[in-house]
Design a protein around this ligand. Structure first.
Ligand code: ATP
Ligand code: MG
Length: 630
């Protein structure tokens, strides 16, 4: 299933479109199934109802663990890099991981967890998090990982949405200089979570915490009581594997459901091909397992491929802004995958943090989560990749389960800020507001996918109608991504931001990302966020929130300079009508700007800012409101 050349890619792509069942049937052969499927694909996008590898039986952990225990037992599966730079990293081989997962799966069983029970996992980035995830999968329990930075209320909302039976957590967490309570936050959440019967607590910080008899149990004690042998439960291809809530950039998070067979096939296929993983490569994805990137590309994809996956507990700026590069140097990382928000934050620090580090092991650099602006792309390419690494700007979503549009490392010719071409099996289309397909190249539109791929969202937990409404109703017979997109003269795709973020200025469609790119290239601008607002003459006007390196003394003059830069780069049409200098932007805990809040403020309406529970720092909103005079 490994693509080696651009011709291979074109051939595989063609086959995947002409004969999707034949294509994916062949890819799926490379996995271990307990029972083969009877039909590769059954689908309609009306209900929607999509089934891949119909009737097939498997357990994903036999593919991520047992298979490798036979073939490469002593190869590191997970290398854990702790928060403190001085602390030794921990290497867990496939054999040891298999044992630890089996043991913990037996603990779950002993506490009454059965197939299809929902289990909430609220943990920092320690090996026990990956072990808990895989232990659920081992026995067919559905994991719902909640990012370890969320509040008690956010945990409770998610636990109740899925009626979780158990929460797995730790006493506390280390994040940079901070020590963060975990069990205490879970205790607060539990006040409003009637379905939770048991809590298992792994030790990390040894913070004093309350432990209630008959409900709360220590991980370390429990694993001593059980055997290290746990047969993998037979799962149907279409049994749910996990629920994961979207990051909430655009509204109330949705409980996206992925199933066992298709998700396994696609996360692994995309991992191997996008990053061109070769046996022995060391791979480091900086995402948190609380997000889909961590699910698909720290745990499932890499482990099914038999890779060595680095798991990092800390933050990119602790003890200093060179931490990622220290890890790359220390572990001789070959493939590195991060987010534009991290790149932008590290760019601001001096050369001394990367210049003298040995980054020569790197072959591939990935980016995901947002459009990567041109400046960040070049910084990443020049300073980290030294011009020798493919930048895989990978576009995908929680709902897609795996990477959809991305360069294949060293195969697809890249272009800054372009996610380039779809992976085999992915059939993108651009449509206009009315749903008419926009043919040809050099065009802009809304990005839809017209045919299922194996890891497409199956439902939103407990509310299938929401799934239908959000993704399958805007355009008939198509999966709607919610993202705006441009296809250039070469047929390359560039994501221009959320559809809501495409601003229509006097009839011209302008992507917010494009304007932000231009703003960010102005000297002294650290970051910017652009939104549209109602404008009497133009229909929509452009409102820019800008963070400057240092305080602006002559605001008017600075604004005029900035407008001149935008005019030079895009043209006068893209000049913001209003600029507001701010010291921070409202970001979700996954680092994305919550533009709907900025939109409300630009409209002058702060009465209903909606769900802000996924914001990292709500006080930013107050400051911006004040600056805007609201
Ligand atoms: P919600 O759906 O709750 O609003 P979210 O969309 O931020 O949250 P995710 O599934 O984590 O939740 O993010 C997917 C979105 O991230 C995509 O729809 C797209 O807007 C953006 N994105 C991801 N990767 C890229 C990329 N390489 N280039 C541009 N945008 C990207
Ligand atoms: Mg989304």
């Amino acid at each position: 299933m490994r693509i080696r050349t651009f011709e291979d890619y074109q051939e595989q792509y063609k086959k995947s479109v002409d004969d999707p069942e034949g294509f994916w049937g062949e890819v799926a052969q490379e996995f271990e199934w307990k029972k083969p499927w009877t039909k590769v694909l059954d689908w309609n996008f009306e209900e929607p109802n999509v089934k891949w590898f119909v009737g097939g039986k498997l357990n994903i952990t036999e593919n991520t663990l047992d298979r490798h225990v036979r073939e490469r037992p002593n190869q590191p599966a997970i290398v854990w890099e702790p928060n403190e730079k001085e602390d030794e990293s921990v290497t867990i081989t496939y054999k040891v991981l298999h044992e630890r997962v089996s043991r913990f799966a037996n603990v779950l069983k002993g506490h009454g967890v059965e197939k299809s029970d929902r289990i909430c996992i609220y943990m920092p980035m320690i090996p026990e998090l990956a072990i808990a995830v895989l232990a659920c999968a081992r026995i067919g329990a559905i994991h719902s990982v909640v990012f370890g930075g969320f509040s008690a209320k956010s945990i409770a909302d998610r636990v109740n949405d899925a009626n979780c039976k158990m929460i797995i957590t730790t006493d506390g967490a280390f994040r940079g200089q901070k020590k963060i309570p975990m069990k205490e936050t879970v205790d607060d959440a539990l006040i409003g979570c009637p379905t939770v019967e048991k809590v298992i607590v792994a030790t990390r910080t040894r913070t004093p915490i309350s432990m209630i008899k008959g409900r709360d149990y220590w991980w370390e004690e429990e694993v001593k009581k059980v055997s290290a042998d746990c047969p993998a439960t037979e799962m149907d291809s279409e049994d749910p594997l996990f629920i994961l809530y979207t990051s909430g950039s655009t509204g109330k998070p949705k409980g996206v459901v992925h199933t066992c067979g298709g998700y396994m096939v696609y996360s692994t296929y995309s991992f191997q091909n996008v990053f061109q993983y070769d046996p022995g490569d060391v791979y480091f994805c900086t995402a948190d397992i609380g997000w889909i990137t961590g699910h698909s590309y720290i745990i499932y994809g890499p482990l099914a491929a038999g890779a060595t996956s680095i798991m990092f507990e800390g933050v990119p700026t602790y003890p200093d802004a060179g931490r990622f590069w220290d890890i790359v140097e220390r572990h001789k990382v070959n493939i590195f995958y991060t987010a534009p928000t991290a790149i932008r934050s590290l760019m601001g620090f001096g050369k001394e943090f990367w210049e003298n580090k040995d980054l020569s092991s790197l072959k591939v650099l990935g980016s995901v989560g947002e459009p990567i602006n041109e400046e960040a792309w070049h910084w990443y390419n020049d300073n980290i990749g030294k011009g020798n690494c493919t930048i895989c700007d990978s576009w995908w979503q929680t709902e897609t389960g795996g990477i959809m549009i991305s360069p294949l490392a060293n195969i697809t010719p890249t272009k800054p800020t372009f996610a380039t071409l779809p992976l085999p099996g992915v059939q993108p289309e651009l449509v206009d507001e009315k749903g008419e397909v926009i043919e040809g190249n050099g065009v802009n539109g809304n990005l839809v996918i017209k045919f299922p791929w194996p890891s497409i969202i199956r439902t939103t937990w407990g509310d299938h109608d929401r799934c239908k409404q959000v993704y399958f109703s805007t355009y008939k017979h198509k999966y709607f991504t919610g993202d705006g997109c441009m296809r250039d003269e070469d047929g390359y795709y560039r994501i221009t931001g959320r559809v809501d973020d495409v601003i229509n200025v006097s009839g011209h469609r302008i992507g917010t990302a494009e304007v932000e790119d231009a703003l960010n290239s102005h000297t002294g601008v650290v970051e910017s966020a652009v939104v549209g607002y109602p404008h009497d003459i133009k229909g929509q006007g452009i409102f820019a929130y800008i963070i400057m390196e240092s305080q602006v003394h002559e605001e008017d003059l600075m604004k005029r300079d900035i407008l001149a830069t935008v005019t030079r780069i895009i043209g006068p049409i893209a000049k913001p009508d209003q600029i507001l200098f701010v010291s921070g932007l409202p970001k979700t805990r996954s680092g994305k700007i919550m533009r709907r809040i900025l939109r409300k403020i630009a409209e002058g309406d702060v009465s209903s800012l909606g769900d802000t529970s996924t914001l990292l720092d709500p006080s930013v909103v107050e400051e911006i409101k004040e600056k805007a005079g609201l």
